[in-house]
Design a binder for this molecule. Structure first.
Ligand SMILES: [Fe+2]
Length: 144
């Protein structure tokens, strides 16, 4: 059966921080797996464990990312962490309602929109801050 991927990872979404890029790909991959099982009526049991895996993995990812932005003294760290907390609470809430309403489309659409926007807009901001600061000194700086 040839079901297209729900989200196709675009290499332009890479931030240039290898562990973060790797984890973002894993999150998108898990959302694609969730989509696959949700489309398959026999996948109800697996859907629940895929959501659990997504939530647990999201936790690891946020711990990684928040550690990095704090290490680099990213000025917007507090606001960024707030966005993570909001996503986490919202996903758990939507996943629990899923058991009652079985509205799989709404959860998938929310996850897709949230993650793509977060990676491409919010994460890009801290990545360019870090990458700018981690550049080797320019020749002009070295000559001083
Ligand atoms: Fe983030």
């Amino acid at each position: 059966m040839n079901i297209p991927l729900y989200i196709v990872w675009n290499e332009e979404n890479n931030l240039g921080i290898p562990i973060i890029d790797e984890q973002h790909r894993a999150i998108i991959s898990t959302i694609n797996t969730l989509h696959y099982f949700m489309r398959n009526k026999d996948g109800t049991m697996i859907t629940a464990s895929t959501i659990t895996i997504l939530n647990e993995y999201t936790k690891f990812h946020f711990i990684t990312e928040e550690g990095i932005i704090k290490d680099w003294n990213y000025p917007e760290a507090e606001a960024h962490i707030k966005l993570h907390n909001e996503l986490y609470i919202k996903t758990i809430d939507m996943a629990s309602k899923l058991k009652i309403y079985n509205d799989t489309g709404e959860l998938l659409q929310f996850l897709k929109n949230w993650w793509i926007r977060h990676i491409c807009v919010e994460d890009k901001k801290y990545a360019s801050f870090i990458l700018r600061r981690s550049l080797p000194d320019t020749d002009a700086d070295r000559d001083k």
